[in-house]
Write a protein that binds this ligand. Structure first.
Ligand code: HEM
Ligand code: HEM
Length: 187
């Protein structure tokens, strides 16, 4: 993330509305996914079942949001700060790419968790059967475990990423967080 003195063109620049909407929708969905999965064990049936169906359904919504985000980013979306000249610029960019890669992997692992458990995915009740054959219990458990570990990794990195944004806002006092906020002046 480039640091710019207040009032410069860089400071005044903003992400476009679509990028901002997709970023916050992604953040919300990822947090909801994690919260549902880490708490459903504390709930009795049928609530737990509903939470798991919610997790799969929002997981599919997240898949579409990420696909849209990547399409928008690579074709029509505005790409800011491509120069990436200093170390922190490159670190921030690297973190964003890593988050995309881990989110993509988490989505694939999510589908595989269900299918290697020999069950259909439910999208708000609509069943999407596995295109694969039968899997052993050990395979299903291993995929579930990796999906869980990757979820923790995403949350830790996204947490660090959010702290970096707050550091920019409150300590460096530059426009990095502001340019991703839905409110405020547009340049
Ligand atoms: C960033 C997005 C996601 C996060 C953070 C996430 C997180 C988690 C976590 C922490 C678990 C619990 C694992 C365990 O304790 O064994 C889990 C389970 C699961 N997830 Fe995800 N997940 C995400 C996306 C998805 C997607 C896209 C799908 C599929 C559409 C999916 C399907 C599942 C299934 C089927 C389970 C196992 C449910 C069961 O125990 O029956 N997840 N997820
Ligand atoms: C699970 C939660 C989150 C995920 C997965 C996530 C992911 C991402 C990704 C992938 C980007 C890169 C966008 C791109 O260039 O295509 C990004 C940018 C950004 N994120 Fe997040 N984010 C999350 C939460 C947050 C939070 C809570 C904050 C603020 C406190 C935040 C602040 C920002 C800012 C300011 C940028 C733009 C940086 C720039 O303009 O250089 N994010 N986020």
């Amino acid at each position: 993330m480039a640091v710019s003195p207040p009032g410069t063109a860089l400071d005044a620049a903003r992400h476009d509305h679509t990028t901002i909407a997709l970023h916050w929708l992604t953040a919300l969905l990822v947090i909801v996914q994690f919260a549902l999965a880490e708490t459903w064990d504390f709930f009795p049936r049928p609530d737990r079942h509903l939470m798991i169906v919610g997790h799969m359904s929002f997981g599919i919504v997240l898949t579409l949001v990420i696909l849209l985000r990547l399409l928008w980013r690579n074709q029509s979306g505005r790409r800011l700060f491509e120069t990436g000249s200093d170390l922190f610029d490159r670190l921030a960019k690297g973190m964003h790419y890593l988050l995309y890669v881990l989110l993509g992997a988490e989505i694939v692992l999510g589908f595989l968790t269900r299918w290697t458990g020999n069950q259909a995915i439910s999208f708000f009740g609509l069943l999407i059967p596995s295109p694969f054959g039968h899997f052993s219990r050990a395979t299903g458990d291993a995929v579930d475990e990796i999906h869980d570990l990757n979820a923790w990794l995403i949350m830790i990195l996204a947490g660090g990423h959010a702290l970096a944004a707050l550091y920019h806002h409150y300590l460096l006092r530059d426009g990095v967080l502001r340019r991703m906020l839905p409110w405020g002046k547009r340049a």
